[in-house]
Ligand binder design. Structure first.
Ligand code: 13P
Length: 252
């Protein structure tokens, strides 16, 4: 039985004050939420304050990126130990916005992933195809390339600590959600790769989140898919009520 994860990626939104107010509002409402893990991903500047506000609650804190080196001359970057120091337990790696805005490669995703694991952070690794790739029928091939490149050289035990987020690029911020069936089919491709590379047990336990225009109105149908183990939510995670409605997705 895989415990679902509902994670919010706040991207480049929220001041420290706004971020803390969000957590204070969400905190009491998720205290009894046993059905899923709840993670929020503030910008770097708000990590410490959010971690302090979330302390002792069910809310875990994710950074949105990290550098693979322990320290060094890397202007603008943040190391794994800095994230731990700021109170993070999770880190998002390889988001499509980083791949596209910053030219991040599968190899760099792999370096970041290994550094995160070595530091004891839980990586949420993003993969997903562009519209062009989907229309060219290349979705499965792209997922395979991202999987094999991103997860190269991991041991099965390292792999067992990873969460994957399938985020088709064409569904991010567009209001155009993948249908639950489309998402489930891509999740199945990823799970099959996981089984081949890291063993059946690890594949069965792997949590694969869907991301791309998830909202309170569509989360129920997405979560009804056996293959979908949660969501990585952008826009709809910015408002505490909207995020809470997603955390409390319809269950039977
Ligand atoms: P939206 O939910 O705004 O489409 O963003 C998804 C996303 O990129 C989460 O990482």
């Amino acid at each position: 039985m895989r415990k679902p994860v509902i994670a919010g990626n706040w991207k480049m939104y929220k001041t420290i004050g706004e971020a803390v107010a969000f957590v204070e509002k969400l905190k009491p409402s998720v205290e009894r939420a046993e059905h899923c893990e709840v993670v929020v991903g503030p910008p770097f500047t708000a990590l410490r304050a959010v971690a302090d506000a979330a302390r002792g609650s069910k809310i875990a804190v994710a950074a949105q990126d990290l550098h693979w080196n322990k320290q060094g001359a890397h202007t603008g970057n943040v190391s794994p130990s800095m994230l731990l120091d700021a109170g993070c337990t999770h880190v998002i790696i390889g988001h499509s916005e980083r791949r596209h805005d910053h030219g991040e490669t599968d190899h760099q995703v792999n370096l970041k992933l290994k550094a995160a694991l070595a530091a004891g952070l839980v990586p949420i690794v993003c993969v997903g195809e562009t519209l062009e790739e989907r229309e060219a029928g290349a979705t499965d091939r792209v997922l395979e390339r991202q999987f094999l490149g991103g997860f190269a050289g991991l041991t099965p035990s390292e792999f067992s600590r990873i969460i994957i987020a399938y985020e088709p690029v064409w569904a991010i911020g567009t209001g155009r959600t993948a249908t639950p069936e489309m998402a489930a089919a891509s999740h199945a491709v990823l799970r099959k790769l996981a089984s081949k590379e890291f063993g059946e047990g690890n594949a069965a336990a792997l949590r694969i989140l869907y991301g791309g225009s998830v909202k309170a109105e569509n989360i129920g149908k997405l979560m009804a898919q056996e293959e979908i183990d949660g969501a990585l939510v952008g826009g709809a995670s910015l408002d505490a009520d909207s995020f809470l409605a997603i955390v409390n997705y319809p269950r039977n």
